[in-house]
Design a protein around this ligand. Structure first.
Ligand code: MG
Length: 217
């Protein structure tokens, strides 16, 4: 298989948003009476769409979250991003070195993806090739989003390579029939490997890993 398209997840792969988002989500849920630490949030919600997070939190709480929860959570996270968000180390150089076409496919809302890429200076590397779970019926762990991205860019699934940092995303890539590299800088490498990823933990290794995939088969 010669890779023809590299599909990047956004949160935790391009931008270091997960620690910030987990902390703010924990604060918001705790204020509403569902005591949650940042570690709890990482374990229970990371990688899922906001709608899924809300459903899970409502199930734990035993009642609906306020109608303005989405807007208030996003507002607080975006404000924190403006103050704190950084790119994943070395990812800009790794993407700039790619000779292959590439895109981003994320469970997050399009406004979220654009805001995080803009804040970290990565937006020009992905402009016009941004795919959100809002565009498909089912987000990750279902394959729909990755298949939509591949179809939109005219590539067969088996010629795409996915870069993911959570087991939710790895499962989606496996379901889509796409080889997947698991970026394990913050998450459990064993869990990513068990889900079906080949694991790495430094973006400087990415160009060589992709080249290797192209010559392996
Ligand atoms: Mg992610």
């Amino acid at each position: 298989m010669k890779p023809e398209l590299v599909i990047f997840d956004c949160d935790g792969v391009l931008v270091d948003s997960e620690p910030i988002a987990n902390r703010v989500l924990a604060e918001c849920l705790t204020e509403l009476g569902l005591h949650t630490t940042a570690e709890d949030a990482a374990r229970d919600y990371m990688g899922a769409s906001l709608e899924t997070c809300i459903s899970r939190a409502e199930a734990k709480l035993g009642r609906a979250l306020p109608a303005d929860f989405r807007a208030s959570f996003r507002g607080r996270v975006f404000a924190a991003f403006e103050r704190e968000l950084t790119p994943i180390p070395h990812v800009a150089e790794a993407v700039a070195q790619l000779v292959l076409p590439h895109c981003v496919a994320s469970n997050s809302h399009p406004d979220w993806i654009r805001a995080t890429l803009r804040r970290t200076g990565l937006l020009p590397l992905f402009e016009g090739r941004i795919f959100s779970a809002e565009q498909v019926q089912r987000g990750k762990p279902h394959p729909d989003l990755f298949l939509h991205a591949a179809r939109s860019l005219g590539k067969a699934p088996e010629t795409c390579v996915v870069i993911e940092d959570t087991t939710v995303g790895v499962a989606a890539a496996v379901a889509a029939g796409m080889p997947v590299l698991g970026f394990a800088q913050q998450n459990d490498p064993q869990a990513l490997e068990t889900a079906g990823a080949r694991v790495f933990d430094d973006m400087r290794a990415l160009p060589a890993l992709l080249a290797e995939l192209g010559t392996l088969s």
